[in-house]
Design a protein around this ligand. Structure first.
Ligand code: HMG
Ligand code: MG
Length: 301
């Protein structure tokens, strides 16, 4: 049996949170049910954040409540504070994600507090999550660069990741928020993190602004990382990282890792069907090179 790579599909959250066009509740629901049919086992549904800050993610708790549940698919919600956590708890969500950063300025812009304050908020969430048997994933944004401060030290990234892990996050995903990283810088960050955390507790979340995301994933695999976030059709960006483009496309990650001999559980035709659906809703061509080539039958897989 082949070794597996875990893919966490973030298109319905990271992707849609940044969309200018209005996507209806029903379209988000339809998109998510198509994602659930792809074979991907971890899917972010949305965020329980202020609708004044991120209107695109309004009613994510209700969306979670309405989705059909499957034992083998983990559906999660992002929660920045106790209020968000309580919304997730209300709809019996089994997995949540807390998010902070290795940059003070980004944390202020994103969640309106310092890194330390964010970690203090998470203490309350972790305590309640444990009580209710809810799995918690952690995010550390700005793993390489911050849109406000520039380069971030790998030591700082590792320190914040370790704090989240020690608090009880089963996995910490490092966000390459603005997509400027290149492999040698990514390697330096993993080196620091792997001194403090087991590789099984780390994941990579690469945006593709400079077209380096898939290369950075290849480098991360060389360093032992086996869990990656991606967005179908390369959707995504962060409302607090101006100019940052979408996440690496799930289709491209699928092609890379399956050609390297890893299992993902993904059914390609279903993946392409979900990608077509969202491209049609957004009136936008799919930027994934693999998806384009596959549809034109330029390659065989
Ligand atoms: P705040 O204004 O400091 O919060 O916002 P507050 O506690 O002072 O409350 C102000 C108002 O917000 C109150 O309502 C609260 O009830 C409400 P009012 O009395 O004015 O009507 N409120 C909430 N409403 C809904 N859900 C909540 C909540 N909390 C307070 N959870 C807050 C703090 C965190 C809420 C705000 O800054 C926020 O919503 N930020 C949005 C953060 C976000 O979603 N960012 C994008 C996701 S992170 C990301 O994309 C990066 C990642 O992909 C990795 C990477 O790429 O690097 C993960
Ligand atoms: Mg992101």
């Amino acid at each position: 049996m082949n070794e597996s790579i875990r893919i966490v599909e973030v298109g319905a959250r990271d992707g849609l949170q940044n969309e200018k066009s209005v996507i209806t509740f029903q379209q988000r629901y339809e998109f998510l049910t198509r994602l659930m049919a792809t074979g991907i086992k971890a899917i972010e549904v949305g965020s329980c954040v202020s609708a004044k800050w991120v209107p695109q993610m309004a009613n994510s708790d209700e969306l979670y409540a309405q989705l059909p549940k499957q034992d083998d698919i983990s559906l999660s919600l992002l929660t920045p504070n106790l209020k968000g956590f309580e919304a997730a708890l209300q709809v019996k969500c089994q997995e949540i994600a807390v998010f902070t950063a290795a940059s003070e300025s980004f944390t202020q812009k994103n969640i309106n507090c310092s890194i330390q304050e964010s970690l203090e908020r998470f203490q309350d969430i972790m305590q309640q999550a444990k009580q209710h048997n809810i799995r918690v994933r952690g995010y550390v944004s700005c793993m390489v660069d911050c849109p406000y401060e520039g380069a971030i030290s790998p030591q700082k990234v590792a320190e914040v990741a370790k704090t989240l892990y020690d608090m009880g996050c089963y996995e910490v995903s490092l966000g390459e928020t603005i997509g400027t990283a290149t492999p040698l810088r990514v390697r330096a960050v993993w080196k620091e993190c792997l001194e403090l955390l087991p590789k099984e507790a780390l994941a990579g979340h690469f945006h593709d602004t400079y077209g380096m995301a898939i290369t950075n994933i290849y480098e991360s695999i060389q360093q032992g990382i086996r869990s990656f976030d991606s967005s179908i059709s390369g959707l995504g960006g962060c409302p607090y990282a101006k100019g940052a483009s979408g996440n690496v496309a799930t289709e491209d990650v699928y092609y890379l890792v399956s050609q390297m001999g890893f299992d993902t559980g993904i059914q390609l035709e279903k993946l392409m069907a979900a990608a077509d659906y969202i491209a049609e809703v957004l009136h936008r061509p799919n930027p994934s090179k693999f998806a384009q080539a596959y549809k034109q039958k330029l390659c065989t897989v």
